[in-house]
Write a new protein. Structure first.
Length: 64
């Protein structure tokens, strides 16, 4: 399951990414398990640093 709103990623705003992850991961992980992923393909506007931040922060919230 993905679920990370890719629109938050392409803002390249770490605060937006920071708010999105804890709003989704604990909920699905508790009931179903979770695979860290986006809800759509990653557009070219997403900077590598933003995607890396997303991955690192997601892993801090749990192991999938």
């Amino acid at each position: 399951m993905g679920g990370m709103d890719v629109r938050k990623l392409y803002t390249n705003d770490k605060a937006e990414i920071e708010r999105e992850l804890p709003a989704k991961i604990p909920i699905v992980e508790r009931k179903f398990g979770h695979m860290l992923h986006r809800d759509h393909s990653t557009p070219e506007q997403v900077e590598f640093e933003s995607y890396e931040y997303f991955a690192r922060k997601g892993l801090e919230l749990g192991t999938y």
